[in-house]
Design a protein around this ligand. Structure first.
Ligand SMILES: Cc1cc2nc3c(=O)[nH]c(=O)nc-3n(C[C@H](O)[C@H](O)[C@H](O)COP(=O)(O)OP(=O)(O)OC[C@H]3O[C@@H](n4cnc5c(N)ncnc54)[C@H](O)[C@@H]3O)c2cc1C
Length: 1249
């Protein structure tokens, strides 16, 4: 149960308060209030602030119950042995009984007259199902025909017609209230029905449903509703509608071919009103109803076309619909099918089944055709399939015709083909036979216009002549019934409501495809939602009135004559229909709540009734039958190679994955961004996962140099950020190190004992002072940092002056080169001769420890740098000791701790040192330690083989290019960015992950032979197969023969750092240089880029850490930004010796400071199920908003909640009230702008601007 509850404040209060005062009027203490309706079991529990007034509660309850009158509701509490009726100004109590309402469900509005339903087709029967579900039996269905099933199936279809859509998604009792396991009417969900039943079976299923649900008892068949008249005045509560009904005699025939039916003759010009012959045996009558709907259908009249010279043609010409065409005429003949709409598919199929010789499909435009598998995929998909994904699915079948669906006139897409939307005047024709016939050359699509006919010849506008043609089937579309407007006195359609009256509803299967995402290829889901919406408005008329008065019902309107002069007002396109549903679902939470689980159902029922095996078995059987019968009929040579069915179970499984993961987030991202009103050109974007983008990255023309197997430092658990440095209670360890001199030690320290076996050096600061001190008690000498000596003494509980003598004081630089004995013997004789000496570096500070730092170059970034500079290790890894495996456990190089995880080994290592008397102090200190920014677990550094781009060599060029750019703020460019460039280090571009763009290097086992693959085509040559995707699982098995006798070369394991991909954007997004050369050259360098600080998270860490710079957060924010730009610069400089952009603006970040109040309230509401849109718990912690910390409200939820005031009251009253979360400072009228949504996106943009 959902309740729209909006805290309400006294209008005298000051809502403009900001800062600490904001929201102060609203107590944050909540109490669970239990509302009980006396005499019922219903209890509604609400979390309310204790200061909530009864008046406020009344408002909330009224909205929840369909805006019933406030004054009807009262609250009573028990006080001692008496009862008290609470006053408007009283505060709410914990337990109250509610009077004046019967239920917490909205009461259904009662009308004085019954409901009328015109049309006993798909939608009419669906309406009856919904009414009966709610026990609303007072309705009548009228139809001109003597059967249920509607014009579409009783008249437009013919003997050979089959359902193009899977029955699972079409059947009339589709919907969770009617077709669900456990519901037995109509035999339950149709698991045993054919996947694509014939016309007769479809009609049978309508009849079955009408019979089982008792719908026949409500039917007035063979009755023409001639006109509808309004009784009373528009908008008045007591208005009604009079349906003037005339009994008619439908004329139908059972044989295919021959003359038009009587009413078809009559209907040619005027449509069907009055076209049917009157049944004089029955009387005309008037039916009065309070609400009615008309579902007239729109595939009514075949569009008429007359060719010049038609009479000379000398062959068979007929319309390819209704019972007119005798398909015996096509057997063994050359057939022209004129038009490329949904009916074309049926005619191709029928011709192919009858055994024509050849089909010319002549059309002005080649429209998209949908294979069976793709239709099923769309109808089961939740969330909807994106345009790009849909095209990729279609592509598989289109390959058989040698055509790329991406090239269709109806497709708009970005250059990288990652986004697509469709605009096509006709809906999809669905079927596989189209593709098979094209593959065998039995059907040829001829994009042209018919100019004229002569004997057995059709002359096309291009000049081409199609000769020896025997048959022309006209399939140039179906027109709606233009008399519908007249019957209903319809001036316009507002949404789906005739003349904007919420009691008069009409929709017919909208025309065309206008979509970027595909939710269904069939009327099934759409009809379910239309009827639900219509009934909701009938049931809760107050909601309509309130929303309308408040100006929120910005529904699309349609007038006759738009877009063509003969288009009636009732005939809308898909855009209008989607806009209506979308708008209403935004402004009416109650309706939205009803549709919440629809996606889940849609997916479930498709798989339940038509699992993929059933689908594929049926599709394959049909395919094979064509293969067989075409050979048998001689249409295809008997020895022609069999064409395998293009879709497989494995392929479908792959597509499920694709749509689930990446595409899901893609569409989610788009939805959120568009709701925010942020300007992003999604239609022309690119995805780095796309083959074309990835191919750009592997283009061999990029003059990037890979260092031949260098070592880089990387953390075990992936990335870490500055925020990821959390405090850790760490072990602090002093240890004595034997010098060459007897009983003399260097007192070094570490917080990572597990790195001690890998120690190769010690490091002091050359500028700091060091002491040699001698214990008066033992004579032992220690070298220590002078600044830390007092702290050391206090740690080991000694008195520096009394217990020790200072022997000397020296600068750190003077200690350089002092050799010492290794602490452990594991690498004695294995490390380079230069190991185990004192080194100097400025990074050693006086902030912690002893000012003498232990160096393990395999596990510390600074250690690595310092040891590299001193020649203790070399760039190619020589001298490195590295006894830790991939799981963080010791290898056999350190047998004492073999197999122990490093962290577990800490204890044993300290024990061993203690036993050997090398441990001076073991204590704990809280210090900064890198943690994984996702999982919050401590990380360790480890050296791994990596691939670098040589940036150091290009420093000068980078600086010169940077100087050509303009930055806001400028100091970022001139100071930090410039400084960074002057010290730019080689850029490690490899990552050890699974997902990412694989590095295109194939190497021999000794790494001496390295082949860089430069294009997909080159890779395909080696692979001997088509490469559809460049991700690891598609290419890692490919091996390349060595040119140097080194066997087969294998791809290196690594993938590119994702920032390499980001830096490749200017080139990769355009698939340059493979294509888009001109476009690229026009747009490079970019005139302007803007980068958000949060874009550079990974970069910041890896690059900053490599620089050895410790930065504070404030500085880091700017630097993060600059690094993204740098990477772009690096590639730009390497590739074109040019900066990739001219101007740059650094965006800031909004921190999580506004969420606290919001979060508390949303948590309460969520817990009690009071809002249909819940908000995740969150707290304002002042940090950057982060998914891990969950310190922000989900923007989607935020929008949903922002809508709530709209569903509640008039614009004026809302304006005066604060928002649901009082402290946010967002003004109601701005929010109202946001939410009142004729076109949400457009409005949002206006708002944002
Ligand atoms: C050959 C064909 C194949 C199709 N295949 C598919 C498919 O595979 N999948 C799919 O989803 N869709 C398909 N469709 C689309 C089809 O339009 C819908 O599936 C659905 O059947 C339409 O139902 P409807 O109730 O909107 O309209 P209709 O079936 O057209 O019914 C409208 C009814 O209203 C009655 N009516 C109108 N005005 C009056 C009046 N004034 N008085 C009395 N009665 C009146 C008419 O007599 C008619 O029976 C197909 C359509 C055709 C023609």
């Amino acid at each position: 149960m959902a309740l729209e509850l909006i805290p309400y404040k006294d209008e005298k209060q000051d809502f403009s308060a900001t800062g600490a005062k904001a929201g102060a009027l609203c107590s944050t203490t909540h109490v669970d209030c239990h509302l009980v309706i006396p005499g019922t079991q219903e209890v509604l529990t609400l979390p309310l602030q204790i200061c909530t007034k009864i008046q406020e509660l009344k408002h909330a309850l009224s909205a929840k119950l369909g805006y019933i009158e406030h004054s009807e509701i009262s609250f009573v509490v028990k006080q001692g042995c008496t009862y008290k009726r609470l006053q408007e100004s009283d505060q709410v109590m914990k337990r109250m009984s509610v009077h004046g309402i019967k239920s917490f469900r909205p009461p259904r509005h009662r009308y004085p007259h019954p409901y009328g339903i015109i049309g006993a087709g798909y939608n009419g029967i669906k309406t009856a199902l919904f009414l009966l579900r709610d026990n609303q039996k007072d309705f009548t269905i009228f139809d001109r025909y003597d059967k249920v099933g509607g014009h579409a199936w009783l008249e437009s279809a013919n003997k050979t017609t089959r359902l193009q859509i899977e029955f699972a998604t079409y059947h009339i009792w589709y919907g969770q209230d009617f077709s669900y396991p456990g519901i037995e009417k109509c035999g339950g969900p149709p698991v045993d029905w054919e996947v694509w039943p014939s016309r007769d079976r479809v009609i049978e299923h309508f009849e079955l449903c009408a019979r089982e649900y008792g719908i026949y008892a409500h039917c007035q068949l063979s009755v023409d509703v001639e006109s509808v008249d309004l009784i009373g005045r528009e908008k008045k509560d007591d208005r009604a509608f009079q349906l003037s009904c005339r009994p008619v005699l439908p004329h139908r025939k059972d044989c295919q071919g021959g003359e038009k039916l009587d009413h078809q003759e009559q209907a040619t010009e005027a449509g069907y009103a009055g076209a049917f012959r009157t049944d004089k045996s029955r009387k005309s009558f008037v039916f009065t109803c309070s609400c009615y709907c008309i579902w007239p259908g729109n595939l009514i009249n075949p569009r008429q076309i007359q060719y010049v010279g038609e009479e000379l043609f000398d062959g068979f010409i007929e319309y390819g619909v209704e019972m007119r065409c005798d398909y015996q005429n096509v057997v063994g003949k050359n057939v022209i099918i004129h038009g490329h709409g949904a009916f074309t598919m049926e005619n191709i199929r029928t011709c192919c089944e009858y055994g024509m010789k050849h089909i010319y499909l002549v059309c002005r435009k080649r429209n998209l055709t949908c294979p069976r598998v793709v239709s099923w995929f769309i109808n089961q998909a939740s969330p909807p399939v994106t345009g790009a994904h849909c095209l990729n699915l279609l592509k598989v079948a289109y390959r058989l015709c040698g055509y790329d669906p991406w090239d269709m006139h109806s497709v708009s897409c970005n250059a990288a083909r990652t986004n697509a939307s469709f605009a096509q005047k006709t809906r999809f024709g669905i079927g596989d036979v189209y593709f098979l016939a094209a593959a065998y050359g039995l059907m040829e699509v001829v994009v042209d216009n018919i100019k004229r006919c002569s004997s057995r010849t059709v002359h096309l506008e291009s000049g081409r002549k199609l000769q020896d043609v025997d048959v022309i089937l006209k399939c140039v579309g179906m027109l709606p019934d233009s008399t519908v407007d007249k019957v209903n006195k319809m001036k316009f359609l507002r949404g789906c409501w005739i003349n904007g009256d919420p009691r008069r509803f009409t929709v017919s299967d909208p025309d065309g495809i206008y979509a970027a995402n595909f939710a269904a290829t069939t009327i099934g889901p759409g009809a379910y939602n239309w009827v639900q919406l219509m009934k909701h408005v009938w049931d809760c008329p107050n909601e309509w009135i309130q929303l309308d008065e408040a100006g929120h019902l910005n529904l699309p309107e349609h007038y006759a004559g738009d877009p063509d002069p003969d288009t009636p007002a009732y005939f809308i396109n898909a855009r209008h229909s989607v806009g209506t549903m979308f708008t209403y679902s935004i402004v009416s939470p109650a309706y939205r709540e009803m549709t919440t689980h629809f996606d889940t159902y849609k997916h479930f029922i498709a798989h339940h009734c038509c699992p993929v095996d059933k689908l594929l078995t049926a599709a394959l059987a049909e395919w094979n039958e064509y293969e067989r019968s075409w050979r048998e009929k001689g249409m295809v040579p008997k020895d022609a190679p069999y064409i395998p069915y293009p879709y497989t179970k494995e392929y479908i499984a792959e597509q499920h994955e694709a749509s689930k993961e990446v595409q899901r987030f893609t569409s989610e991202w788009r939805r959120i961004v568009e709701r925010f009103g942020r300007w992003i050109d999604f239609d022309n974007d690119y995805k780095t996962m796309d083959r074309s983008f990835m191919e750009r990255l592997v283009d061999e023309e990029i003059p990037l140099t890979f260092a031949p197997y260098l070592l880089d430092l990387i953390v075990l658990s992936d990335q870490v950020t500055v925020e990821g440095f959390c405090n850790l209670l760490a072990t602090l360890l002093f240890w004595g190190q034997i010098l060459l001199q007897e009983n003399s030690y260097v007192l070094a320290w570490t917080t990572t004992p597990w790195t001690l076996p890998s120690n190769l050096a010690l490091c002091v600061n050359p500028e700091l002072k060091y002491l040699q001190v001698q214990s008066k008690a033992t004579g032992t000498k220690w070298i220590v940092g002078k600044d830390r000596w007092p702290w050391i003494c206090s740690s080991i509980k000694k008195n520096g002056e009394k217990d020790f003598t200072v022997l000397w004081e020296k600068k750190g630089s003077e200690l350089k080169g002092i050799k010492y004995e290794p602490l452990f013997d594991f690498f004695r004789g294995k490390a380079l001769g230069s190991a185990w000496q004192i080194l100097t570096d400025n990074y050693v500070s006086t902030e912690a420890g002893t000012c003498i730092v232990h160096q393990a170059p395999a596990f510390g970034e600074d250690d690595n740098r310092v040891c590299l500079a001193a020649g203790i290790i070399q760039k190619d890894g020589t001298g490195m000791v590295h006894p830790i495996d991939d799981s963080g456990c010791f290898t056999k190089e350190v047998p004492d701790f073999l197999g122990q995880h490093v962290k577990a080994a800490d204890k044993d290592i300290k024990e061993k040192l203690k036993k050997e008397n090398k441990l001076v102090f073991n204590g704990t200190e809280v210090h900064n330690y890198p943690h994984c920014w996702r999982s919050d677990t401590p990380l360790i550094y480890r050296a791994i083989p990596s691939w670098f781009i040589k940036v150091e060599e290009a420093r000068e060029k980078l600086i010169a290019n940077n100087n050509q750019t303009y930055w806001v703020p400028s100091f970022v460019k001139e100071k930090r960015f410039h400084n960074w460039l002057t010290e730019a280090r080689d850029w490690c571009v490899s990552r050890n992950r699974y997902w990412g763009t694989p590095i295109p290097l194939w190497v021999s086992s000794d790494f001496e032979e390295v082949v860089c693959i430069g294009s997909v085509a080159e890779l395909e040559q080696f692979a001997g197969r088509e490469i559809k995707d460049l991700h690891r699982h598609f290419i890692d098995d490919i091996q390349i023969p060595s040119q140097k006798g080194k066997g087969m070369l294998k791809r290196v394991d690594e993938v590119f750092d994702c920032w390499f991909e980001s830096g490749s954007m200017p080139y990769g997004s355009k698939h340059y240089p493979f294509e888009g050369k001109e476009e690229f050259e026009k747009s490079f360098p970019a005139q302007f880029i803007a980068e958000g600080l949060d874009q550079t998270r990974g970069w910041f860490y890896t690059l900053m850490a490599r620089q050895g710079t410790r930065v504070r957060n404030s500085v880091a924010l700017h630097l993060k930004m600059t690094l993204a730009a740098t990477l772009c610069q690096v590639l730009g400089t390497h590739l074109f010796d040019s900066p990739p952009f001219q101007n740059l603006i650094v965006n800031g970040l909004v921190l999580a400071v506004l969420c606290l109040e919001f979060a508390k309230r949303s948590m309460d509401l969520k817990r009690n199920g009071l809002v249909c849109n819940t908000v995740r718990p969150c707290k304002a912690d002042g940090k950057k908003m982060s998914k891990r910390l969950k310190n922000y409200p989900d923007p989607q939820d935020l929008f949903d909640l922002l809508r709530q005031p709209i569903a509640r009251g008039s614009r004026e009253s809302l304006k005066k009230k604060s928002l649901f979360f009082g402290s946010s400072q967002l003004k109601v009228d701005r929010i109202m702008k946001l939410s009142a949504c004729r076109c949400a996106v457009r409005r949002l943009r206006t708002f944002v601007v």
